[in-house]
Ligand binder design. Structure first.
Ligand code: SF4
Length: 169
């Protein structure tokens, strides 16, 4: 069972997948409270839906690109099973996660978009740093929301420390 805020079909607006038709599964709830959050409507409410019912709805859209997002999608244990099932059915799966929950048990076929929290978000201390070591250079992506110069310097330091600019090197 998953707690779902919305499932909808649109155009992907972020990452290197921007511009592609995509179906979004937005899960309810987030343990973080970024000061500039634009998804506060996902913190409460939602509807409890069995995974198979989510899959049925996604099949009806007929779109092979699916983004699992939130809120914080990985805060729900069942999200890991949904992602696995999507991969089993040959969907291309993007997982947008706020770098608070470990990605260790995530299906290796899913593409992680890791939203590293900068200082101005007020949630920098909750970053789960081992997630950055798990990033796959040809599959995963990293996102920084930059609010000020401090965030810029922080992002540059993280990119340098984890070799994100040239992961192959
Ligand atoms: S992690 Fe995402 S959904 Fe959660 S508070 Fe931060 S911006 Fe909002």
């Amino acid at each position: 069972m998953l707690r779902i805020t919305e499932i909808f079909h649109s155009i992907q607006g972020e990452s290197t997948h921007a511009g592609r038709p995509c179906t979004f599964v937005r899960l309810t709830g987030c343990p973080m409270r970024c000061v500039w959050c634009d998804s506060e409507y996902t913190f409460t409410g939602g509807e409890h839906v069995p995974i198979e019912q989510v899959m049925e709805k996604l099949r009806l859209f007929g779109c092979k690109l699916v983004e699992v997002t939130g809120g914080e999608p990985l805060a729900q244990q069942s999200a890991f099973r949904l992602i696995q099932q999507l991969c089993d059915e040959s969907y291309e799966v993007l997982v947008e996660t706020g770098n608070y929950i470990s990605t260790q048990n995530l299906d290796q076929r899913a593409k992680v978009i890791l939203d590293v929290k900068c200082p101005a978000s007020s949630e920098q201390s909750r970053n789960h740093w081992p997630n950055l070591r798990r990033l796959h250079p040809e599959r995963d992506e990293v996102k920084f929301v930059i609010a000020d110069r401090g965030d810029w310097d922080f992002a540059r330091e993280v990119i340098r420390e984890y070799g994100l600019e040239d992961p192959s090197g």
